[in-house]
Every structure is written in C-alpha cells, then in structure tokens.
Design a protein around this ligand. Structure first.
Ligand SMILES: [Zn+2]
Length: 169
C-alpha cells in the first residue's frame, strides 16, 4: 500500500476522539498496511496512531526495538491497569520540532483486539509502556503537549542534526 502524509499539530484530526473499529478483516487491511508503511518510512519511529495519518479510528501500531511482541497492531486498545509513575522525554511525528518531559505510568496492562478482532491482553513496561500511552492519547485527541506540567521547563526544541533521540511516536 502506501505511506501516508503525517498530520502535524494543530491539524484538527489530531484533536478528535477517534471512533472504535467495528468491522475487522478486509475492512482494516488498508489502514493496517498504510500505518505500517508510514511507520517504516519515518526514521526513528516507534509508534503511530491512525489519526496521525488522517483516519480517526481507534488503531495504533507499536514498534519498539527488542520488544517481546515485535511490531504490534492494537485495535480499540484500553488500559485496564497501570502502575507507578515515571517522567521521561517524548517526541511525536505530529510535533516534529519539539520534545517534552511527560509523566506516565511505568507499566500498563492493555486490552485490545488484533487485526482479526481477536481479544488480547498485553503487559507493557518501561519505554514500551510509555509509547503505548502516548499512542492511546492520540485516540483521544491528546498530544504530549497537552500533558506537559510546565511548557517553560518541560518543552525542548529538537535540534535538527544531532538530536536523534528520543524516538518519535
Ligand atoms: Zn505522537
């Protein structure tokens, strides 16, 4: 399929609450491959949410290096348990010029469906838990910018050449 254009803040699609998926299988196939193609084409990308490519539906893809799950598609994901709080730096494909410090749960249990509609429950911790929470926010129209405690102290301009970290999601 095709890598799609990544919408950038303040695009209105990024502020919407995404709709749950009700039809699985073929109906989801294009969105799945477009998400994957877009993710693979974006350097340093560890996660992407359907609203970022203009599709206001509750689908995210996570692709964290060395993950026990590998590249993961989560449909209608919901956090059913969370533990701990940790502050960490985040970047976002939709906020290309900045990174920010955000407080997230240290570990989460997520219920979601896979691309066939099969229910699954997955545990995430550390960086991968952060990425999942970041992508879930996209489904509710939230960006990491909305979670900064202080714009003055927690928002950083991304350096164009050197600052490859943190990855974008
Ligand atoms: Zn993002």
């Amino acid at each position: 399929m095709t890598a799609r254009e990544i919408l950038v803040h303040p695009d209105v699609c990024l502020k919407q609450t995404a709709a749950p998926i009700t039809a699985f299988g073929e109906a989801l196939a294009t969105l799945y491959t477009d998400l994957e193609d877009t993710l693979l084409q974006a350097p340093g990308c560890v996660g992407i949410a359907a609203p970022q490519i203009g599709s206001s539906q509750r689908v995210i893809m996570i692709d964290v290096k060395n993950s026990e799950y590998g590249r993961l598609l989560l449909v209608n994901p919901e956090i059913v348990r969370h533990e701990g709080l940790v502050r960490g730096r985040e970047g976002c494909l939709s906020v290309p010029d900045f990174t920010g410090n955000v407080i997230r749960a240290d570990s989460v249990i997520v219920q979601a469906r896979d691309k066939h509609g099969q229910e699954q429950e997955l545990a995430f911790s550390g960086f991968e838990a952060r990425v999942v929470q970041h992508e879930l926010d996209h489904l509710d129209g939230l960006l990491f910018l909305d979670r900064l405690i202080s714009r003055r102290h927690d928002l950083f301009r991304r350096k164009v050449y050197k600052d490859k970290m943190p990855p974008k999601a």
